[in-house]
Write a protein that binds this ligand. Structure first.
Ligand SMILES: Nc1ncnc2c1ncn2[C@@H]1O[C@H](COP(=O)(O)OP(=O)(O)OP(=O)(O)O)[C@@H](O)[C@H]1O
Length: 301
């Protein structure tokens, strides 16, 4: 059983009379990537800011078994974070900003390593006032990773990154995870999380609506197969008579609902008994986005 690095228990937060977080509880284990998923305004940033002691809240936050509060958060010095957009000084270079935050004796080495890791050497010695959104975002992520923290909290880190930079970031997360770093990453771009997160914490309107592994989330999606047969009209009736749920049918194809694991040979045999051949078969799995949308719709009061 992996060690719990971050434990959040009954986190609640109100802004004025509006309650934004309602008893939010979850954990992140060592070497795990946890995705915090939710629509705009669901409370992701508020959760992350509360964990990082940037805003006060009710509840308990333990980092490596040590409590962190708004007043006492010494334990957070070993946590790397990027929240919303990075604030960079426009008249300093990216490298100078990294140098400001590097700690320890080998500070130059830490800066050089992260510049190389994030592939930033082409622009890092230029003033940040000329940086694109993606370049700024990379420096923000670099600041979070700079001192090799064991827990990294990233709020929408893929914001503004092009597909190449996006993939580079995924590789960095995977490499660091392999060395035992724990990540809590928020995103509404679910495809990004699909490729890197081990578990998902799904938040809606300040409530946790589901905690699940990525594998279970993907498996919970609906699966269907589209069959093109030698006689689609008869195939529809035969499949229906044999207990298959026909979702759609016309002269060109029949679409039936199936579980994530189904027996194709039984379908082939059922149709074969009526001399109907399967000419083409395509899987249509609902993706992570569909599964989560369905979950959020069903959780609406
Ligand atoms: N300082 C604040 N004062 C008042 N309300 C706030 C404040 N910060 C956040 N909120 C409210 O709390 C709710 C949650 O906001 P939060 O930024 O945590 O959501 P989010 O899930 O991160 O959204 P997004 O994906 O758009 O960043 C929103 O309704 C927001 O308006």
């Amino acid at each position: 059983m992996s060690r719990v690095v971050l434990k959040v228990t009954k986190l609640s937060k109100s802004f004025g009379k509006t309650k934004t977080l309602h008893d939010v509880s979850f954990t992140c284990n060592e070497g795990e990537v946890v995705g915090l998923v939710g629509a705009n305004g669901a409370g992701k940033t508020t959760i992350m800011k509360s964990i990082l002691g940037l805003i006060s809240c009710d509840g308990e936050i333990l980092v490596n078994d040590t409590e962190s509060t708004f007043e006492h958060h010494n334990v957070l010095k070993d946590v790397g974070a990027l929240i919303e957009y990075p604030s960079l000084y426009p008249f300093m270079t990216g490298r100078e900003q990294l140098q400001l935050f590097a700690r320890g004796e080998n500070r130059e080495e830490l800066v050089n390593n992260v510049v190389e890791e994030l592939n930033m050497s082409k622009f890092i010695d230029k003033l940040t006032k000329g940086y694109s959104l993606g370049m700024k975002q990379k420096v923000g992520v670099a600041l979070a990773l700079l001192n090799n923290p064991k827990l990294v909290i990233l709020d929408e880190p893929m914001n503004g990154l092009d597909p190449k930079a996006n993939k580079e970031l995924r590789t960095i997360v995977e490499n660091r995870k392999a060395k035992g770093t724990t990540f809590l990453i928020s995103s509404h771009i679910l495809g990004d999380l699909q490729k890197i997160a081990d578990r998902l914490v799904i938040v809606d309107d300040g409530h946790i609506v589901k905690k699940t592994t990525m594998a279970d989330m993907l498996n919970s999606g609906k699966h269907s197969i589209v069959l093109k047969t030698s006689d689609n009209v008869r195939a529809k009736d035969i499949l229906s008579e044999n207990g298959y749920k026909v979702l759609e049918s016309n002269n060109d194809y029949v679409r039936i609902a199936v579980g994530s694991e189904y027996n194709l040979s039984v379908i082939t045999k059922t149709l074969g008994n009526y001399d109907i051949d399967i000419i083409q078969l395509n899987h249509e799995d609902s993706d992570l986005e569909d599964s989560i949308l369905e979950l959020l719709t069903s959780s609406e009061k």
